[in-house]
Design a protein around this ligand. Structure first.
Ligand code: SF4
Ligand code: MG
Length: 327
C-alpha cells in the first residue's frame, strides 16, 4: 500500500465557537502502489481535506495516515522529511503557488538542490530534464511564471513536483481551471508520467468525466463520508449508491464545468449541521424511514465494490412492502 488512511477524521472549528464542522468522518481509504484512485463528490464534501491529510499537509484530528504501512505521525524527523518528498500535491491554481519573482529554473530546481538530490555541476541539466518531462521547452527556463499560459503554468507545477522524485501525486482539481482542450493534454501528461515513473495518484475532482479516463478505482464522497467505492468500470456501468447514480446523470457530454450536479434535487446541506442517518436522505429519491435515523455502513455489494446505502441487501424486504415502503 502506498498510502492508507485509517478512520480519518478532521474536525474544523466553525464560525460559531461551539460549532465544530466534521469535514471528514471515518474515512478509510487504501491506495495501492501504482494505482490511480479518483476521489469525487460535490464541492464541500471533504475531498480536499482527505487529499491534504494524505499529502501530510494537514494532520488528522483523529485517526492515522499510514505510508508503506507506517504511521507518518510517528516517523523520526529524517524519515518524515523523506515521506513528505515522496508525496507531492498538485493544486488547481499553480499560479498561486509559483513565486512570481523566481525564474522557472529556480522554481523547479530549488527543492532538489535544498534536499541534496542533485549536485551543483548537474543542476542545470537536471532542471532541463524535469521541464522536458513536463512538456516544457527548457529554452524558456529563464522566464517568470506570468509569461506562461495556464496550461504551461500547470506544467511548471508538475515539473516542480517531479523534481523531488516523488512516488505519489495527490492532484486536487488539477485541471479544473483549464480549457477543455488543455485539460486533455494535462491528463495525458499525467498518464504518460504514470507509465514512465511508476507513479501512484490520488486524483481529486468534482468531475466524473475527468476521473473516468484516468482512474483504476473511484471513491465517491458525500458530506465527509465515503458513500461508494469500486473499480472505475463498475462505477460507470453498475453504480449502486443513489448519490453516485445522480452524479452520473450529471456527467456532461461537452462542456465539463457548467452543468455539474444541476439535476440533483436540493442544496447540499450545511456541513455544520449534517442531516442525521444517511447524510444524503433529504435529496434521495429512495429515502426510507430507516435512512433518517441510521447511518448506513459501507458494505460490499460486489467484488471490490462497496456502497453505504440501506437499500443494499434489503431489496427483498422492500419488495414485499412493509417497513421499507416509500415515504
Ligand atoms: Fe437513499 Fe436511504 Fe440509501 Fe441514503 S441510505 S442513499 S437515503 S436509500
Ligand atoms: Mg476542494
Amino acid at each position: 500500500a502506498a498510502r492508507a488512511g485509517r478512520s480519518l477524521k478532521r474536525a474544523f472549528g466553525g464560525e460559531v465557537k461551539e460549532a465544530v464542522v466534521r469535514a471528514v468522518n471515518d474515512v478509510d481509504l487504501t491506495i495501492n502502489r501504482g494505482e490511480v484512485v479518483g476521489l469525487v463528490g460535490e464541492s464541500g464534501c471533504g475531498k480536499s481535506t482527505v487529499g491534504r491529510m494524505v499529502a501530510g499537509i494537514m494532520p488528522p484530528s483523529d485517526g492515522r495516515v499510514l505510508f508503506h504501512g507506517r504511521d507518518v505521525a510517528t516517523l523520526a524527523a529524517a524519515e518524515a522529511k523523506q515521506a513528505a518528498l515522496q508525496i507531492q500535491m498538485i493544486f488547481q491554481d499553480p499560479y498561486a503557488s509559483l513565486n512570481p519573482r523566481l525564474r522557472v529554473a529556480e522554481i523547479v530546481g530549488e527543492a532538489p538542490w535544498v534536499h541534496g538530490l542533485v549536485q551543483r555541476d548537474a543542476w542545470e541539466g537536471y532542471v532541463d530534464d524535469q521541464l522536458r518531462r513536463a512538456g516544457l521547452d527548457p529554452a524558456y527556463k529563464r522566464r517568470y511564471p506570468h509569461q506562461f499560459s495556464g496550461g504551461q503554468r500547470q506544467r511548471i507545477g508538475i515539473a516542480r513536483a517531479l523534481a523531488v522524485q516523488p512516488e505519489f501525486l495527490v492532484c486536487d482539481e488539477a485541471v479544473a481551471a483549464l480549457d477543455v482542450s488543455i485539460q486533455a493534454q494535462i491528463l495525458n501528461l499525467f498518464m504518460d508520467l504514470r507509465a514512465e515513473l511508476d507513479l501512484t495518484y490520488l486524483f481529486i475532482s468534482h468531475d466524473l468525466g475527468v476521473v473516468e479516463h484516468l482512474s483504476d478505482r473511484v471513491v465517491v464522497m458525500y458530506l465527509g463520508r465515503i458513500v461508494e467505492e469500486a473499480p472505475t468500470d463498475a462505477i460507470f456501468r453498475n453504480a449502486n449508491h443513489p448519490y453516485t447514480k445522480a452524479l452520473l446523470e450529471e456527467v456532461p457530454r461537452i462542456d465539463t464545468r457548467k452543468r455539474q450536479f444541476a439535476a440533483i434535487k436540493g442544496e447540499i446541506p450545511s456541513p455544520l449541521n449534517p442531516p442525521p442517518g444517511c447524510h444524503f436522505h433529504p435529496r434521495c429519491p429512495h429515502v426510507m424511514p430507516v435512512c433518517r435515523e441510521v447511518v448506513p455502513a459501507l458494505r460490499e455489494v460486489a467484488s471490490a465494490h462497496r456502497s453505504a446505502c440501506h437499500l443494499n441487501g434489503r431489496q427483498p424486504a422492500r419488495m414485499s412492502g412493509g417497513e421499507y415502503s416509500a415515504c
